[in-house]
Design a protein. Structure first.
Length: 831
């Protein structure tokens, strides 16, 4: 009741003000304004609920910050080059514990990525009809995008900066992309049609007009049965076909340039009868706007929960980015929640998508915005408090920073005209009076950003809180995100330099003591070989898991055999179809001659049995060949792991030189690896035969009549007819598919497990062999040292120490520059 009274009082007051304007009132207003000026001098800005910002000071502060960031960027680029020089100064013949050159170079590359200043991409996501397009219009201060109560966004709309003429680029599906999309819809449609009408007599790709009639008929049946989720997919399929029939000439591989106008934008992005929108993949709007001056992009995404199920896929792809099309992932996302129905069904899944795309730190990229607050303000205060509690719960649940949670109203923000400080104070007072009856209730509730709900609501009624959101986004993109990138680059470089310093300091003996003392160098050589042997044994024991993860990640050991299964089944089906009845009968006659059995005319059941046995033999052989290829790849990787990664080949050459004993030791390891290959092939063959046995040997042995009877009953039940009078090829294909599904499901589970178990057993034997080889390697190396046969070892160590010394001297200069950079970062750290 209070809300309705306040709303009616507001409307009557505003109309009264409009009707009673006169010169006399203007004078009174002027007088009142002068008094307000005098009183405002005495009052603090906080007393009237306003925050005074000096625009010039803020601009100067931002300019200084940007200059500091640019200086930091130049310094860090120079540091990156110097850290690369450090790596070049490291000994190239010596692997120091604590230093992994590949990891250091990867860290430097990551720092260089941070230093590159890429365009920032901000996505606007949320539920269907949540007010995303309206909010973007308000942020830009222009009515660029259409908004409404029906799904108006069926494509991704990118808004980018341009210094040239404003225009829009329409990206249509290519022929290949359309056919792929059509096939997906067709698969769903055929499944629904067959299960609804128990018939597969519908029109196909070549009869689109008839297919439209089939879709209509199926839609009417599903509508009667209240299958709304299925109807949505059918509607999208129907729209796609209609659009293709009328506009298929638009499918292309390049974008089409159009004049930027609301009429054109609505035509290409809004779903309507005979619309071209279903064929549009993306619309890019190139316009000039201060918010886009930094090269940022704003993306209006389809609303989740809209009638088009494809909209969710489009949203996910836009958030993730697409390397093939050159589209970067979103750096931030503005998650828009409708104040009238906050956090509706499906929005939780959207937050799960954020986590999947960006990991556990996804909340740092999320701005949580409640839209259309003006409509809620006309409701009861209980509704406003309930929405606030929901927003708090969502922000806490997903760890969204309270300073990035906003209440907005895009429609008010779009109509807002800039006010000076005095005008805003007067407007604030007017709006506060309108909410006076519920002021205490709203002031008692704090929003996640720390401000009370009353102050936020009053500001939302003035400008929709759009300027605050705009400033926050600009700050995040132009300054804070920039700072984070530079800070990450600095941190990454510091981490790599510290690793180098720790490792080099530990391995630098007093060089002046070693310069002319050959005995000390020989002793150092002994320590060096001991260190290398210990490192090799530790690696062999500890890094098998890393090796296993590598062959799994590189898919040398496949986790999914579905593509292999499908390929084998298609080849088998083709062979079965090519079997003519006469040729099959001749094969059976020949088989009877070889077995010296009676010459009888084979029945269809015999044909089926012969065909199945033949195809099982083919598949058995092909799977065995496939496993053989896997084994060869594993062996190649394992040889590299033992001889190169562990350093076995190098240490054998250092210790034995051309001595045959070294070749004999190497041959021992080679034999163990060959034994591993033999064992893996045997494992694969046994697993394959074990599963194929169930329908290879048993189903085709005359001694197992009971099994044959069961299979015959199974087939006759499936085809609803006597197998003896049916087509054996059809029965063979069906049974083959059933048994292959079972076989490959088991094979994909047990093959990797058995392979890894066998690899573990053989690796343990190789570790034992390494332990046995340590003594002869140490002795052989010591004998060569005593005979002074490896003088190059002494020279190598002397050269290594000089390299480490130079590296440390250069490192001190790099550390000093890093400290200067860190000081600049701390001085300009944004809050």
């Amino acid at each position: 009741m209070a809300a309705r009274t306040q709303s009616s009082r507001r409307s009557s007051k505003k109309s009264s003000n409009k009707s009673t304007e006169s010169k006399e009132e203007v004078k009174k207003t002027s007088s009142t304004t002068n008094k307000a000026k005098e009183s405002s001098k005495k009052k603090k800005p906080e007393e009237i609920g306003l925050r005074v910002i000096d625009g010039k000071d803020e601009q100067d502060e931002r300019t200084i910050g940007e200059q500091a960031m640019e200086e930091l960027r130049d310094n860090l680029r120079a540091l990156t080059g110097e850290v690369n020089e450090l790596i070049d100064l490291l000994p190239d013949d010596y692997s120091m514990p604590g230093i992994n050159i590949d990891q250091i170079e990867s860290g430097i590359q990551q720092a260089e990525t941070f230093l590159g200043k890429p365009n920032f991409v901000v996505g606007f996501a949320g539920g269907f009809n949540a007010g995303k397009s309206m909010l973007i219009n308000a942020l830009l201060g222009q009515h660029v995008l259409k908004d409404g109560a029906v799904p108006t966004t069926s494509t991704v709309t990118r808004i980018t900066a341009t210094s040239d003429e404003e225009c829009m680029y329409v990206h249509f599906f290519t022929e290949a992309q359309f056919e792929d999309l059509f096939a997906r819809y067709m698969e769903d449609f055929s499944y629904l049609y067959q299960h609804t009408f128990n018939s597969d007599t519908f029109h196909g790709r070549d009869e689109l007009t008839g297919l439209l009639d089939d879709i209509k008929m199926l839609r009417e049946r599903l509508e009667a049965e209240d299958w709304n989720d299925r109807i949505r997919s059918l509607d999208s399929f129907y729209d796609l076909i209609v659009s293709y029939i009328n506009h298929q000439n638009l499918l292309s591989t390049g974008p089409m340039k159009e004049n930027l106008s609301r009429k054109n934008l609505i035509y290409y992005t809004t779903k309507a009868e005979n619309s071209v929108a279903p064929l549009v993949r993306e619309v890019q709007i190139a316009m000039s706007h201060p918010m886009l001056a930094d090269g940022s992009e704003l993306i209006d995404l389809p609303g989740l929960g809209s009638p088009d199920p494809r909209d969710e896929e489009i949203t996910v792809e836009a958030l993730r980015g697409n390397e093939e099309t050159g589209k970067r992932e979103c750096d931030a996302v503005v998650h828009v929640m409708d104040s009238l129905s906050p956090f509706r069904a499906g929005e939780d899944r959207l937050f799960q998508i954020y986590r999947k795309v960006w990991g556990e730190s996804f909340s740092k990229r999320v701005f949580l915005v409640v839209s259309r607050w003006g409509k809620l303000e006309q409701q009861s205060p209980e509704e406003m408090l309930a929405v606030t509690k929901t927003v708090k719960r969502v922000a806490e649940r997903y760890a969204v920073d309270g300073q990035k949670v906003f209440i907005t109203d895009g429609r008010i923000g779009a109509q807002f005209e800039q006010l000076d400080e005095e005008e805003r104070a007067e407007r604030f007072k007017e709006e506060a009076e309108e909410l006076e009856e519920i002021r205490k209730e709203l002031e008692a509730s704090n929003f996640p950003n720390g401000k009370n709900l009353f102050e936020i609501t009053v500001n939302a009624m003035i400008d929709g809180n759009v300027p605050k959101l705009r400033d926050s986004l600009r700050y995040y993109l132009a300054f804070y995100k920039e700072y984070l990138h530079l800070s990450d680059a600095q941190r990454m470089l510091e981490s790599q330099v510290n690793k180098i310093q720790q490792a080099t300091s530990l391995h630098l003996p007093p060089l002046d003591q070693l310069e002319d003392d050959e005995e000390r160098f020989i002793e150092e050589c002994r320590s060096d070989i001991e260190r290398q042997l210990k490192e090799m044994r530790n690696k062999a024991r500890d890094q098998l898991q890393t090796f296993v993860q590598g062959i799994i990640q590189n898919e040398i050991l496949p986790r999914d055999l579905s593509s292999l299964q499908e390929g084998l089944y298609q080849a088998s089906s083709q062979r079965i179809e090519q079997q003519s009845p006469d040729h099959l009968r001749q094969q059976l006659f020949t088989a009877q001659l070889f077995t010296q059995g009676p010459m009888t005319n084979p029945v269809p059941w015999e044909n089926f049995r012969h065909l199945l046995q033949q195809e099982v033999g083919h598949i058995d052989t092909e799977v065995e060949q496939f496993c053989g290829l896997i084994v060869e790849q594993i062996l190649d990787q394992y040889r590299t792991f033992i001889f190169d990664d562990l350093g076995l080949q190098e240490i054998l050459m250092r210790s034995f030189g051309d001595d045959p004993e070294g070749r004999r030791l190497s041959q021992k390891f080679q034999q163990r690896i060959e034994q591993l290959g033999h064992d893996l092939r045997l494992v694969a063959r046994n697993i394959n035969r074990l599963f194929f046995y169930e329908y290879s040997d048993v189903y085709h042995s005359r001694d197992h009549l009971d099994t044959l009877v069961d299979i015959r009953e199974e087939l006759e039940s499936q085809f609803d007819q006597d197998v003896s009078s049916g087509d054996p090829r059809r029965a063979t294909r069906w049974l083959l598919r059933q048994k292959m599904d079972y076989h490959f499901r088991k094979l994909s589970t047990f093959l990797p497990l058995c392979f890894l178990q066998q690899l573990q057993e053989v690796h343990e034997q190789l570790v034992e062999l390494l332990e046995e080889a340590v003594y002869p390697i140490r002795e052989a190396y010591g004998e060569r040292l005593e005979r002074r046969e490896i003088g190059q070892e002494v020279d190598r160590i002397r050269h290594r120490y000089r390299q480490i010394r130079a590296c440390l001297e250069h490192l001190q200069k790099v550390k000093h520059r890093m400290q200067e950079n860190r000081q600049i970062l701390n001085e300009h750290r944004p809050t």
